[in-house]
Design a protein around this ligand. Structure first.
Ligand SMILES: Nc1ncnc2c1ncn2[C@@H]1O[C@H](COP(=O)(O)OP(=O)(O)OP(=O)(O)O)[C@@H](O)[C@H]1O
Length: 369
């Protein structure tokens, strides 16, 4: 832990300014960029001692140099909300350039500063590392390699981004991967395509129980899932287990994906049903993916957002929108031509390039003999 006891005349100056005076009035040298970022992001604790203010900064545990990157590991002081770090991701981008990832989730973090960005690449299911993952959600490639996570552990996902930024392509890659790697008796898909553009490609898959295109068609689907959740809850009670995974028999995962959920926002009947899924679906093996062009603060400020723990933010219009999706700025800096590039929020924040899977290629992969 680095403890900086500063004299009364010594100020940690100009948050957001250019010069940070840490101690004795000496400007921080260039190599102190990390420390400057800690200051600008206010990742320190300030406490009054008898004589002075005492500043507790994150401790830097290590710095390693690799061929393609530098890595800095640091621990936040007790009492600093780790969310502050995510919120101030942009501060670190200003300090270290655009090719950074920050990994970690409570107090210990690693910042990786890469020499270059990530290239676009084509989808190939056999490239994706899937071992040991029950319900694999393919994200793409970060600068450290493949990013795939288990939806059983993190059941609900929010995908947001401007038109043409890559949301539908990402959803296509996610659902195609699930269909190609899970048996129909292991996974049921319920797909709501409120933009009427995309999900028809999955309708002949034996995993797919419903593809709906408007609110009226979605209502019975949500009611069915709601009843199924009740039935699963009753089974858990009967067998005295807290998660359907622990039942003596297997139940399929249920995945509901809703493209352009904002079209439902005024619907007083459907939104509570969707919120129920995010609130209690986890223990019942019922998971949700929602996507939207403009993250809608009103829609998300309900119970929904806190349960959508994993976020994929493709290009956003501005930092206000980015903050709605990620609780952090940054997604507005993704360039128009960087299609399929996202800020991925899950145990930290990192840039990830989604795999490119065209509609035609998906049709070919999903074609049944
Ligand atoms: N991962 C990717 N790699 C390379 N190019 C991509 C990728 N994702 C999308 N693109 C390109 O961007 C175009 C738009 O992508 P996509 O339709 O997925 O955007 P969207 O965010 O769903 O847009 P909308 O909200 O208008 O439906 C694609 O046709 C493709 O050319």
């Amino acid at each position: 832990m680095i403890l900086l006891a500063l004299g009364a005349a010594c100020v940690v100056a100009s948050i957001g300014g250019t010069v940070v005076t840490l101690s004795g009035g000496k400007p921080a040298a260039e190599k102190d960029t990390l420390h400057t970022c800690f200051t600008r992001a206010r990742l320190f604790i300030r406490q009054r001692s008898e004589k002075d203010w005492v500043y507790t900064y994150p401790s830097v545990n290590g710095h390693e140099t690799f061929e393609d990157r530098q890595e800095y590991t640091f621990t936040l002081p007790i009492g600093v909300d780790p969310e502050r770090l995510h919120k101030h991701f942009w501060v670190f981008e200003q300090g270290f350039g655009p090719h950074i990832d920050i990994e970690g989730d409570s107090s210990m973090f690693t910042m990786k500063v890469f020499n270059k960005g990530i290239s676009q690449f084509a989808y190939n299911v056999s490239d994706i590392p899937l071992e040991g993952i029950h319900l694999p959600i393919v994200v793409g490639k970060s600068r450290s390699g493949w990013e795939v996570y288990d939806m059983v552990e993190n059941p609900h996902l929010l995908i947001a981004g401007e038109t043409g930024s890559g949301k539908s392509t990402q959803l296509r890659a996610i659902i195609t991967t699930l269909i190609l790697t899970k048996q129909p008796e292991e996974l049921e898909l319920y797909l709501a395509d409120l933009k009427r553009s995309e999900f028809h490609v999955f309708k002949n898959s034996p995993h797919t129980r419903a593809v709906v295109n408007d609110k009226n068609e979605l209502q019975p689907v949500l009611e069915y899932i709601s009843l199924e959740m009740q039935r699963r809850g009753d089974l858990c009670d009967k067998y005295e287990v807290s998660n359907v995974i622990d039942l003596p028999f297997k139940l399929p995962f249920i995945l509901l994906a809703i493209d352009e959920v904002a079209l439902l926002k005024k619907d007083k009947k459907l939104m509570p049903l969707i919120e129920d899924i995010t609130a209690i679906g986890r223990a019942l093996s019922v998971q949700l993916i929602i996507s939207m062009q403009r993250p809608d603060a009103k829609l998300l400020e309900s119970g929904l957002k806190s349960n959508l723990t994993v976020r994929m933010a493709f290009k956003h219009a501005d930092d206000v929108n980015s903050r709605i999706t990620l609780n952090a700025s940054g997604a507005e800096d993704i360039k128009d031509e960087e299609r399929g590039l996202m800020l991925f929020k899950h145990n930290g924040m990192k840039k990830v390039q989604g795999p490119f899977l065209s509609l035609m290629e998906a049709k070919k992969l999903l074609k049944r003999p």
